[in-house]
Design a binder for this molecule. Structure first.
Ligand code: 16G
Length: 281
């Protein structure tokens, strides 16, 4: 007897997904799908633990896009039966992938493939709208707050403002294809962008600065910190309480060295990862 357990191919998952999307899992369709697509991947002779082999197999299916973000996985019982391994082994593999954010569980609904994170380079000074468009996503904004008032002392200092100088304070939810990605609070000296209004902020700030005002955005300093979302922000970002977020502060400058914006953003950590290339010094 072979020690290699049969593991259904991607076809199996596809068929199951179709079943779930229609609300019920049709057993006949399930069996047909298994017998159609079989491959040997779980090797009981291997020194690699079975849960790890299953984890790797699921990861492979996700990387090769045979399993797509949002796709449902069969239940633990179904996976265990098909793979001829214990439910505990299946559970361990799935729990590991949930902990790595490769899969996510929804109470009463099942386990799903996570949506891939947006990988954002930390090199190059780009705008949110540019970043989303370059990924084929539609940028959007929801303006929550817009006011003109004398700058607070800390903002005054960071933006090198005169005492009591006016700043715009605005808060925008940044959306990609209608989904909240980040919550951004910006402070901008009124003196530099006198005509800034809500309509402009519902589109692209950087486009307005460069194309309408012909100012040259030159450089910025940016920091990234980990945090937990505040209760107040959960509804704006559409995340559950206790979820991790990334706090980003950007101080941006025009070509002549004038600071023109101070932005404090809260990015969803389930949606974003920041990447930097390093050269050996
Ligand atoms: C990005 C910038 C923000 C800038 C905005 C302009 C970070 C952390 N922040 O969100 O500083 O104000 O882009 O975007 O990258 P917009 O031109 O689409 O309005």
């Amino acid at each position: 007897m072979s020690n290699v357990a049969k593991v259904p191919s991607a076809l199996f998952y596809r068929r199951i997904i179709v079943c779930y999307k229609h609300g019920v899992c049709n057993k006949i369709e399930h069996r047909t799908a298994i017998s159609k697509g079989e491959q040997f991947v779980v090797n009981k002779n291997s020194p690699l633990p079975l849960y790890y082999q299953l984890e790797e197999h699921l990861k492979h299916l996700i990387q090769s896009e045979e399993l797509k973000p949002g796709d449902a996985l069969p239940s633990e019982r179904e996976l265990a039966e098909s793979f001829k391994i214990s439910r505990m082994t299946v559970r361990q593999a799935i729990t590991n992938l949930v902990n790595k954010n490769v899969l996510y569980r929804e109470k009463g609904r099942g386990t799903f493939v996570s949506h891939r994170k947006i990988e954002q380079s930390l090199q190059g000074l780009t705008s949110f709208s540019e970043d989303m468009k370059s990924r084929g996503l539609e940028p959007g904004n929801k303006l929550l707050h817009f006011e003109i008032s004398p700058a607070r002392e800390d903002i005054q200092e960071l933006l090198s403002l005169e005492e009591e100088e006016l700043v715009y304070t605005m808060k925008r939810i940044r959306l990609a294809n209608g989904e909240p990605m980040a919550l951004e609070t910006s402070y901008i000296p009124v003196r530099l962008l006198p005509g800034l209004n809500q309509e402009i902020l519902e589109k692209s700030l950087y486009h307005y600065i460069e194309s309408e005002l012909n100012l040259h955005i030159s450089h910025a300093t940016q920091s990234v910190e980990a945090a937990i979302v505040t209760e107040a922000d959960t509804k704006h970002l559409k995340v559950k309480s206790g979820e991790p977020v990334l706090l980003i502060q950007r101080d941006s400058f025009l070509e002549d060295g004038t600071p023109f914006e101070l932005v404090r953003s809260i990015y969803r950590a389930d949606k974003y990862k920041f990447k930097i290339n390093l050269d050996r010094l």
